[in-house]
Design a protein around this ligand. Structure first.
Ligand SMILES: *[C@@H]1O[C@H](CO)[C@@H](O)[C@H](O)[C@H]1NC(C)=O
Length: 261
């Protein structure tokens, strides 16, 4: 851990896996405050970096090999295009890994995915690589590209991803287009009981919460949504407070998305 800290200092703070993403990439967090970070050693804090630019923050679970949540800002609908290749996070498995997300190449072929999912885990699994920070809400094409890292994805049933969750993203994007304040969004998953490839947890739920932060650092408009990760998903909209109460039950411990509501 000390080595990672030194690496992050040496690389001018652009390192991806950091000790504290409130200081590393707090600008993606409402009031610079993180959602709850579980203290167990299996979790990593990632400032998601592509070509030395940071685009959002992810709290990652190296046991389940899926994120807990990604936190990002919304700045309008940009109509970014998708890509079909995915990055991995070198520093999750390699203390000498570089700060940028990378494709699996000859350079990092030694990364076996001991602590993260690889593309081959998803191939033929029957599940989509469901984005947490989504392409649709990305604020630039390069930001959209930066969402294509497996540390920002979890196995999602196809109909849920392509129909129900997509409709939620679309309606959220249209709603937030009217919010001319600083918009902070957090999307997360709850681990389930199944695994793909005996390695990567299939979440039981996907959830999202948003906050339009006003000049007094209060959420002047906020809301939450949670859906079950099955093809005929049931999606429920609720207040952030109610979502947090639901997540407390599902995670089995206290969970707060925004410090100020
Ligand atoms: C969801 O539906 C897709 C497409 O019909 C199917 O391939 C997949 O097996 C289903 N997944 C689950 C978990 O039922």
């Amino acid at each position: 851990m000390l080595l990672l800290l030194m690496l992050s200092l040496l690389s001018g703070g652009s390192a991806r896996v950091v000790q504290d993403f409130e200081s590393g990439c707090g600008k993606f967090l409402a009031n610079g405050k993180s959602p709850t970070r579980f203290p167990d050693p299996q979790y990593r804090q990632i400032c998601q970096t592509l070509n030395n630019k940071v685009y959002y923050a992810t709290f990652y679970d190296t046991h389940n090999k899926i994120p807990v949540y990604s936190a990002y800002k919304f700045e309008g609908l940009m109509g970014c295009t998708r890509r079909d290749t995915w990055y991995i996070e070198p520093q999750i498995d390699d203390n000498n890994g570089g700060p940028n997300m990378e494709f699996s190449t000859a350079l990092n072929i030694h990364i076996r995915g001991d602590r993260q999912a690889l593309s081959k885990d998803y191939e033929n699994s029957g599940y989509d690589r469901g984005h947490l920070a989504p392409v649709y809400l990305a604020n630039s094409q390069s930001c959209a590209e930066a969402t294509f890292t497996l540390t920002n994805a979890a196995p999602q049933t196809k109909c849920f991803n392509r129909v129900f969750w997509w409709e939620e993203e679309e309606s959220l994007g249209k709603h937030l287009g009217k919010c001319h304040l600083n918009v902070y969004i957090v999307t997360g998953v709850v681990p389930g009981t199944n695994y793909i490839n005996s390695r990567v947890n299939v979440p039981s739920h996907f959830w999202t919460a948003y906050c339009c932060l006003d000049q007094n650092n209060k959420c002047s408009d906020s809301g939450g949504v949670i859906g079950t990760n099955v093809n005929d998903s049931i999606i429920r909209k609720m207040s952030v407070v109610d979502l947090e109460a639901e997540l407390r039950k599902l995670y089995g411990r206290a969970f707060q998305v925004f410090q100020y509501k």
